[in-house]
Design a protein around this ligand. Structure first.
Ligand SMILES: Nc1ncnc2c1ncn2[C@@H]1O[C@H](COP(=O)(O)OP(=O)(O)O)[C@@H](O)[C@H]1O
Ligand SMILES: [Mg+2]
Length: 249
């Protein structure tokens, strides 16, 4: 592979991918619509142990979980609610890159008792938004995420914040998200139509049902306007095309 091709394949996560005052009206509006629908869905979840914690996932890699969870957390925080974004994709973390934050301490180091929560939290990465990056990549991510320590931590975070948004690995590749999502309001599924086919989505929904995990809903992400039949705002298409690359777990 030529050096140019290699460069193109490197995912260049940075803060330009996050909603800001420079973001096009249509993109910001799409996230706000998602926020409104999510708030209604969460409010209707009565029996969840941690009602204000929700998990963002998808069937496969590259569907837009990480970028969508970061942007959703930002627009949720814009309402004045105190929000925490947690990077629970311990194998392929990207929130530290999106927010240009250090990842020496984070979820993994808190879970093994190496760091206290208050030291690991990155405070006010945006107004009203704190960030818990993944921390160092551990040798046993599934065990850590399915542990009692994770459940206890979610309980603590649920009490500290109005909303907790958790970014996770894809459901059809590793079952990490399902091990703790059962205690939360549920899973919000990012669906990229060019990556996720009907069978893939069906498999995710079946796995969630088996694990007794509530599905809050699904939204289209990482897609072009042409793909979903819209004619306005070409920006999504350009953005996705430039950065898109599948990666393996
Ligand atoms: N909402 C979006 N609009 C445009 N492109 C997106 C969007 N979400 C994701 N992408 C593109 O898809 C790629 C994968 O997104 P990412 O959030 O890392 O997916 P995942 O976390 O599901 O693996 C990104 O590099 C970006 O180019
Ligand atoms: Mg991701």
């Amino acid at each position: 592979m030529s050096t140019d091709k290699k460069k193109k394949n490197v995912k260049n996560y940075n803060s330009d991918m996050l909603v800001s005052s420079k973001t096009s009206f249509y993109i910001a509006e799409a996230y706000k619509t998602l926020r409104t629908n999510l708030m209604f869905a969460v409010a209707a979840t009565e029996d969840a142990e941690f009602k204000n914690v929700f998990v963002l996932s998808s069937s496969l890699p590259g569907e837009g979980k990480s970028i969508s969870s970061a942007n959703l957390a930002i627009v949720l925080a814009q309402t004045g609610s105190k929000v925490l974004l947690v990077d629970a994709d311990l194998r392929k973390p990207v929130q530290n890159k999106l927010f240009a934050a250090s990842n020496v301490r984070g979820l993994s180091t808190v879970l093994v008792g190496e760091t206290v929560l208050d030291v690991a939290l990155k405070k006010e990465v945006r107004p009203n938004l704190d960030l818990l990056t993944s921390g160092k990549i551990p040798s046993n991510p599934s065990e850590l995420l399915g542990s009692k320590a994770m459940r206890d931590l979610l309980g603590e975070l649920s009490g500290l914040y109005d909303y907790v948004v958790v970014d996770t690995p894809p459901l059809n590749v590793v079952s990490d998200a399902l091990t703790f999502a059962t205690h939360t309001a549920g899973i919000l599924l990012a669906v990229c139509p060019s990556i996720c086919k009907h069978d893939n989505l069906k498999k995710s929904v079946e796995s969630a049902n088996l694990a007794n995990v509530h599905i809050l809903g699904a939204f289209l992400s990482n897609t072009t306007n042409q793909a979903i039949g819209l004619s306005y705002n070409k920006k999504y298409g350009k953005y996705g095309k430039y950065y898109y690359k599948k990666y393996g777990y």
